[in-house]
Design a protein around this ligand. Structure first.
Ligand code: GDP
Ligand code: GDP
Length: 438
């Protein structure tokens, strides 16, 4: 299975990276679009050009030329994303013009040696030649003019950028009967390698000592009892017999690619640490990708009761949008909680591929509508009528009716929750498609 092309956004503050990120990753039926609070501050996302998916990373908050104001770890991760990018979009501000800071970033990018495309933003109402003229001085080729805020030139720009990558490759994860493909993801030091090693057992490690580049996947099959699984992109698998090897560092892009290749993601959190923005970003990406999910709170052995209840409160407040997933508390180091983890993986996998018969779907829909009718929207009264299933991982529910584009977000969430409950689906998000008949 091929890796998705990865586009990384770089530029000084305020040139419009977040605005462009949001424009690239928003799609009408994106799952995250319906989650309040999550869209505000995303950093990793999936874009789509027609049917073609690609990955987008925003390095906002990371200034490669500044020496302060950001933790080293974040800077390191952003730099690594740039190094692993298929293409770097270097944004500049067509209204502010060329600045010394832009020149510094251009030099920095040249040193890293990745393919760079120069994008001049905020050019609405400007003549293209005028808007881009002075930026030729950066020596990064022909600048492309866009307006991220108004959406002008964005599609054409991304089409041009993606034209360099082979198309029509298989991108969806295989749906082998009954062998869940699992990605273990999480920020650095939460215990991913420890967990993977605990799951695999010593004797399995020896075969997987190739480092693996971003574009090829490592796959590690393993068996637990009678169940088979495949771990995908296990950067954390350690080389056997090497004590001092440099453990491969956390990589945002590898993480995103692993999630894309998996059926089920295990998002590992560290009970001894606060839940961080990055945990939420990863969770948001998994949700957006539509993958089934289990939240694994690791290092449960190392925290007292007070801390445990604090962690549970934080889970609800910061990762509330992942409440469709089961949470498992475990200790990878002590090998405790592995069986419940795999049970939750099985459950999530089953939910992701559940077959939802049309008559039941329609009955549940009609019951939900009867219990709570959709609110009017101006002159429109949305009316869902019947439903059928459109696919799996995540289950797609196609809803037919009238004026469905006027259904409020909160009503859509009500429906999602209702369907998940009615079919007792645990561990998968749902995706809706709306078919309005007039
Ligand atoms: P970032 O710091 O690079 O992520 O920049 P933001 O996306 O936060 O944008 C900085 C400011 O520029 C915001 O006030 C945006 O509304 C504005 N902005 C972004 N794109 C455009 C654009 O295409 N045209 C104009 N006029 N303003 C824009
Ligand atoms: P990764 O960067 O996510 O792969 O994290 P590692 O597996 O390298 O673990 C980071 C640190 O956490 C190491 O020092 C581990 O020994 C420690 N660790 C991992 N799992 C546990 C656990 O269940 N309990 C405790 N107390 N420590 C753990």
């Amino acid at each position: 299975m091929a890796a998705l092309p990865t586009v990384v956004l770089v530029g000084r503050p305020n040139v419009g990276k977040s605005t462009l990120f949001n424009r690239l990753t928003q799609s009408r039926d994106a799952l995250v679009a319906d989650v309040p609070g999550l869209t505000r501050d995303r950093r990793y996302g999936q874009g789509r050009l027609g049917p073609r998916p690609y990955l987008v990373v925003d390095t906002a908050g990371f200034d490669p030329t500044s020496k302060e104001g950001i933790t080293r770890e974040m800077a390191r991760q952003a730099e690594q994303a740039i190094r692993e990018a298929d293409v770097v979009l270097f944004l500049v501000d067509g209204r502010a013009g060329l600045t010394a800071h832009d020149r510094d970033i251009a030099d920095y990018l040249r040193r890293l040696g990745r393919p760079v495309r120069l994008v001049v933003n905020k050019t609405e109402g400007m003549r293209q030649v005028m808007a881009t003229a002075e930026f030729h001085a950066l020596g990064l080729g022909e600048p492309m003019a866009i307006s991220a805020a108004h959406g002008e030139g964005v599609r054409q720009m991304i089409a041009e950028v993606l034209a360099d990558f082979p198309e029509d490759e298989e991108v969806a994860p295989p749906q082998d009967e009954d062998v869940p493909r699992v990605a273990v993801v999480g920020r650095p030091n939460v215990g991913k390698s420890t967990l993977i090693n605990a799951l695999l057992g010593e004797e399995r490690l020896i075969a997987y000592d190739q480092p693996g580049t971003t574009r090829d996947a490592i796959e590690v099959p393993f068996v637990q009892g009678t169940r088979r699984y495949v771990l995908v992109d296990t950067a954390g698998v350690r080389r056997k017999g090497r004590v001092t090897e440099a453990v491969e560092k956390f990589s945002v892009i590898k993480t995103m690619q692993a999630v894309e290749r998996a059926n089920v993601a295990v998002l590992v959190l560290d009970a001894t640490q606060e839940i961080a923005d990055q945990d939420a970003h990863l969770g948001g990406f998994i949700l957006e990708a539509g993958r089934a999910l289990v939240v694994a709170v690791n290092k449960w052995d190392a925290v007292d009761d007070y801390r445990r209840s604090l962690v549970k409160t934080q889970l609800a407040s910061k990762l509330g949008f992942l409440s469709f997933a089961r949470t498992v508390f475990l200790s990878a180091a002590k090998g405790q909680g592995l069986a419940p983890l795999l049970k939750a993986v099985d459950e999530a996998y089953a939910a992701a591929f559940a077959k939802l018969p049309t008559p039941q779907l329609t009955r549940v829909l009609q019951e939900l509508v009867k219990r709570q009718a959709p609110p009017r929207h101006g002159l429109f009264r949305p009316k869902p009528r019947y439903a059928h299933q459109g696919g799996g991982n995540p289950p797609v529910i196609v809803i037919h009716g009238n004026a469905l584009e006027h259904l409020s977000k909160s009503y859509r969430r009500y429906l999602e929750h209702g369907f998940l409950e009615a079919f007792r689906l645990r561990g998968t998000p749902l995706k809706f498609e709306w078919r309005t008949s007039e």
